[in-house]
Design a protein around this ligand. Sequence first.
Ligand code: B12
Ligand code: SF4
Length: 495
Amino acid sequence: MNVLLVSMPDSFEHMPPVAIRMPNGALTSLAGNVDPHHRVAVADLILCHNSVRQTIIRLIQELNPEIIGLSVMTFQRRTAGRIIELARELKPSLKIVVGGYDPSLAPEAYEEMCVDYIVRGEGEITFRELLRALEGQVDFGNICGLSYRVGEQWVHTPVRPPHRLEDGEIRLPNRSARLLRGYTLLGRQVDVVETSRGCTYDCSFCSIIEMRGRNFHTYSFDRVLADIRDARDHGARTIFLVDDNITLNVRRFEALCHAIIEAGLHQLDYFVQAMTSAIADHGSTLAPLMRRAGFRYVFLGIENVLEGDLTFLRAAAKNKEHKNGKQAGNATLRAIEYLHRNKMYVVGGLIVGNPDDTVESIETNLEFARRYVDWPYIQHPTPYPRTPMTNDFRQRGLINIERVEEYDGTTAVVRTEHMPAEEVEYVRWKAERWMKVRHLPAVFRHDPWFVIRHVPQMMAHTFRGSTLRSLLGLEDSRTVFRRYKAMRHRERSYV
Ligand code: B12
Ligand code: SF4
């Protein structure tokens, strides 16, 4: 069968397409795991975010797929709906499948769209079996993790348990299936690689637990190294390790760093997401090793620097330092110190605008980011489907905006007990732009040509909404903010 898999073009404030265009790892993993007689093509629509409609039309005409699969996050739901309508119009007989976090956690939203199948949870085996069912080899009802229509009714088969990755059932991704070019992270071709899936924590804002329960499964190092080599052979110079929480098993992470070095793959740049507690507790050995293995940016899930907020976010435990087996205060500063001492940059993940936040508590976090992090990644709590935090916000009547296309993390859609949502966003937005500028010299040292060629576009993105008048101080920042919001509103219409 001819299969076309697409990821959505929607990006958010911290991912300006001029500097960051990342592949979707789910689609190549699905492509690598269907039966070999199928022809699968993958299109990451972030690579054509200015011409989505034309690209979809062209791909459907050229490839004539029998099945189209869409990978969707919640803030991309509206775009997905429009692409589904367009695809249906272009080819009414097309079978349309949706998967990813949003269809898995809010399948009811897709039942009202023109889709034929919803794949819930991990997709490789479900999708492989779905294609077999469409060829008449197996019964739809026997495929776990699938929702499908029978007449007017939707049937939901039982949940598929998370894969034990250790057994080698999931094959390597198929990167050759990609049709579009232009992936980049600050000027270097980027690719995504997984070494594990899952997490055993239960932060209240995170979708992972509802998606797959609390568990942690790992791929073998042979497979991980083969995957990195494959990404490199397809042109990548930067690898983003997309594991949910690679630092759950620090000994394994250290061994992975050794394996990368021994395999000679440490010439690539690596980005990774990490817990502060793991880095603080093991930094004296782990951080130098990470540096030797090529790690350059570490996204730290700091979440908040105030204990009250950490408790609300259920993120206190993962941010605690330990001494002699006992908890010994917040781990964040020590983690940052280890990373900086070993010449790595800290992407500081913070969440501000929690129910009890005031201007002062938000300012405390912003001041922390100004002083200690290299690249701020500050978000607002966002009520994604079925997270415990969504419940809390709903019960307290604090959700202001139900339009999910605005659930991109940097649009404040909830208010606090003390501040309107828009004020929360304004305070964060105003401070964060300047923090980003400070990191430009470091980017310049690593990739001077990229910066020279793209600095005007990067600055224009960071300071969107500004005019000559605002630069001269003749217009206040609230006017600029309103203009920025209007631009953001317009650009969300990708199709
Ligand atoms: C890595 C990652 C990123 C990276 C890289 C993204 C990329 N292009 O790959 C970065 C840091 C850039 C990022 C950014 C964002 N992310 Co993110 N990210 C993740 C993370 C950690 C892992 C995702 C991943 O690649 N997993 C590996 C792949 C193989 O698994 P998978 O995507 O789940 O796909 C499987 C199934 O879902 C299914 N499937 C997926 N698509 C499809 C399609 C079909 C047709 C089928 C059949 C099956 C299927 O099968 C796949 C294979 O089993 C998750 C989860 C987490 N713990 O936080 C969050 C997560 C996906 N991100 C999330 C969000 C919200 C964002 C942001 C909007 C804001 C933010 N929090 O940073 C931005 C938006 C980015 C943008 N487009 O502008 C949310 C999504 C919540 C939701 N309900 O939509 C998650 C779940 C985190 C959370 N807050 O809970 N993210
Ligand atoms: S530690 Fe990270 S992956 Fe795990 S539940 Fe918390 S936010 Fe999600």
